[in-house]
Design a protein around this ligand. Structure first.
Ligand code: SF4
Length: 470
């Protein structure tokens, strides 16, 4: 499997070393301030809306049950979706990995003869590195989601699933527009209305002239062959309706069985992602409608490691994810490091499990350890993904994949000592020596004591106390 940009590559991700990346990130106080302010605001809005939804827990159970049904019968639902979409005039393509997906999309764009495309915000296209693949084929892809546009203009990386430019504040955005957007007004201030207006005018010109659009989808409906994109700005809807050709890259786990199931997810998603009762724009399209919207519609169904995740009995629940980012907004680790430290497309708690599950834990052995296991992510997840349990399982896998000889030797020695009364009594006599490594000790022990306090050994062992009392 090729993983595209799912995990780091040589072209710009910070690299696989989470501990190193996180240390650098926490030194950036501006970044920490931006992330704390933005996640705090969304967190509060979400909590308020959940509190006013009396059947929230039932909705969560229903969301998890629908997604589990899809995962248990994925083959049947995929074929049903393909048949329904094809019957309504869409061309359905299958992609095993990032290379197949980017080749398919690039081929379709090249066949149109156009050199520019507009894009709806999409995690799947980011995962496969589509913008760069198109660039290599001489095609310019313009991001049209405001936050994605900021990221693209500043040659930056997204740091959040729903709010990719969350690590940027208004002053930084003004500077990015003035330096990189040729049609930005020279007297642009950091007033949000002015910034939004500058972006709107810039994007409007692109919408009117570009004939090919690329999207992802929040949901793919097996019953009808339809796709749904939920968004806040309306820019997505411009991309989905104005161009002649529309190409959608959709992860195979995005399926839901019926249109009616949207009733559950369109309550869960907006409350969990942006803290709204509903998304301002929910666009649903099914194949081709004559003389209305794109007349050349393509859907690329993407695996890229999803079937690998599906084979993991504990980890497969990660495929229920509806990419709401609620788990990021409550994560104490994410709040301090931001998203770049994870070095992969999916940051935060969901990234810490999804990346190793899809790419293989041997490619991301540090990520399952990027958590305090506080459980806040599980509590807020609208589809009840038990992220802490999956993290613990992946930690076990990661340790298995990267055996530490020193650690193995330590545990073998401890097991040996504990396995006989005399040996254990003799070993306890060495306990006072522990105070010499309380805050240090030789490597690799000092990696443990650097961030934890080793308790002082008791003056007297239980056996000594027992003997003395008798
Ligand atoms: S794991 Fe749950 S909370 Fe996190 S992004 Fe996915 S659906 Fe949202």
């Amino acid at each position: 499997m090729t993983t595209g940009e799912l995990i780091w590559d040589s072209e710009g991700w910070p690299g696989p070393d989470f501990a190193h990346n996180a240390r650098q990130a926490v030194e950036n106080s501006q970044l920490r301030r931006n992330v704390r302010k933005a996640t705090g605001t969304i967190r509060q809005r979400r909590a308020g809306l959940v509190a006013e939804t009396p059947d929230w827990q039932e909705l969560r159970h229903a969301g998890a049950a629908v997604k589990d049904d899809v995962l248990h019968h994925l083959d049947a639902y995929l074929e049903q979706f393909e048949r329904a979409a094809a019957a309504r005039g869409a061309h359905v393509h299958w992609a095993r990995d990032a290379d197949e997906a980017t080749q398919t999309v690039t081929g379709i764009v090249e066949a149109t003869g156009h050199k520019e495309v507009i894009k709806v915000k999409s995690m799947a296209t980011q995962e496969i590195g589509l913008v760069r693949a198109l660039e290599r084929a001489g095609v310019t892809a313009h991001e049209t989601d405001l936050a994605e546009m900021i990221i693209q203009l500043s040659h930056d990386r997204p740091s959040h699933i729903v709010v990719p430019a969350l690590h940027r504040n208004r002053a930084e955005i003004r500077r990015i527009f003035r330096e990189n957007m040729p049609d930005a007004p020279r007297d642009l201030t950091d007033d949000p209305h002015q910034l939004a207006e500058a972006a709107r005018l810039h994007l409007r010109r692109l919408f009117l002239k570009t004939k090919v659009a690329i999207s992802g989808a929040n949901f793919a409906i097996a019953e009808t062959g339809g796709l749904l994109v939920a968004e806040s700005e309306g820019n997505g809807r411009m991309c989905l309706t104005l161009p002649e050709t529309l190409i959608s890259v959709v992860g195979i786990e995005k399926l839901i069985p019926t249109f009616r199931d949207l009733e559950v997810f369109l309550q869960l998603l907006p409350r969990s992602s942006t803290g709204e009762r509903m998304n301002p724009y929910n666009s649903v399209w099914t194949g081709v409608t004559q003389n209305d919207g794109p007349q050349d519609v393509h859907i690329v169904l993407l695996d890229n490691g999803r079937t690998k995740a599906l084979a993991d009995h504990i980890g497969r629940q990660a495929l229920r994810c509806i990419r709401c980012a609620a788990c990021l907004n409550v994560c104490p680790v994410y709040e301090r490091t931001g998203g770049h430290a994870y070095g992969a497309t999916y940051p935060g708690p969901i990234g810490a499990i999804l990346t190793p599950l899809m790419a293989g834990v041997e490619h991301a052995p540090e990520l399952p350890f990027a958590s305090s296991l506080c459980g806040a992510c599980y509590e807020v997840c609208p589809v009840e993904i038990d992220i802490p349990t999956v993290l613990v399982k992946l930690r076990h896998d990661a340790v298995g994949a990267q055996r530490h000889r020193a650690q193995d030797a330590t545990f073998a020695a401890a097991a040996n000592a504990m396995n006989g009364r005399r040996r254990w009594t003799a070993a306890l006599k060495l306990a006072p020596l522990l105070k010499f490594i309380k805050h240090g000790g030789p490597p690799p022990l000092n990696r443990w004591t650097r961030t934890r306090d080793l308790p002082d050994p008791p003056e007297e062992s239980f056996r000594e106390w027992w003997t003395r009392r008798r």
